[in-house]
Design a protein around this ligand. Structure first.
Ligand SMILES: [Fe+2]
Ligand SMILES: [Fe+2]
Length: 218
């Protein structure tokens, strides 16, 4: 697992790549109330935890954002919660139900699309994310202070999977949402319309390179 500092308070942890045709990203936003975005799977979490502790120093995790229920997004939740028992997972109602159905019962902060969470270091705006095969209602999150969209399984640049960052623009990225990712044209259009309302400067996907959007969105 590699670690990169993306901005003054944003860290990227990346594993996979090489012979594996995909990379897995987790992010940490540091501050008064540190926030982890995705745990990685249980194996990745074991590698991630000491790296988090290193950066956190005498702080602990306050929140763990989970965009949807899948191994690479939250498979390491029990390990992470064991190491940071005061952390509060943040997810949709459906994701919370799925966690509980696997016996993963924690105090959870349930968020609905349109709701926000503001701390002194970041402001999260939650966006509806119909996630993949079953169109489970997950969440994307926009961090309004840095105008950064955490896009989970959307906007993966498979052709440049091992690069740290690529340049693009929002319109091109929106065109890249496929019916394999959201198998409902109406929901794709709804998501595109929603994302166009945000002034997104960068995209931090769950897989592949970080995406810097061209000056049209700066
Ligand atoms: Fe996923
Ligand atoms: Fe994923």
């Amino acid at each position: 697992m590699e670690q990169f500092k993306i901005s003054h308070n944003l860290y990227l942890f990346r594993s996979g790549g090489g012979n594996i045709p995909i990379t897995f990203n987790q992010y940490l936003i540091m501050g008064e109330e540190p926030l982890l975005i995705h745990t990685g799977n249980s194996k990745q979490a074991v590698e991630l935890i000491p790296m988090l502790k290193d950066i956190l120093g005498n702080r602990t995790l306050s929140y763990i954002f989970i965009s949807h229920f899948e191994g690479d997004e939250c498979g390491g939740i029990s390990q992470v919660m064991e190491s940071f028992p005061k952390a509060l997972p943040i997810c949709s109602q459906i994701t919370a139900r799925q966690l509980a159905s696997f016996g993963l019962e924690y105090n959870i902060m349930i968020k609905n699309p349109g709701e926000t969470l503001e701390t002194s270091d970041y402001k999260l705006e939650f966006i509806a994310y119909p996630s993949e095969v079953h169109l489970w209602e997950g969440l994307l999150v926009m961090e309004a202070k840095q105008r950064m969209l955490f896009s989970s399984d959307l906007f993966i640049h498979f052709d440049k999977i091992n690069e740290i960052a690529v340049n693009s623009n929002l319109e091109d990225e929106l065109e890249r949402i496929t019916e394999q990712q959201i198998p409902d044209g109406h929901l794709i259009e709804r998501l595109k319309t929603t994302l166009l309302q945000y002034n997104i400067k960068d995209i931090a996907p769950g897989h592949g390179p970080f995406i810097k959007l061209w000056p049209t969105n700066q």
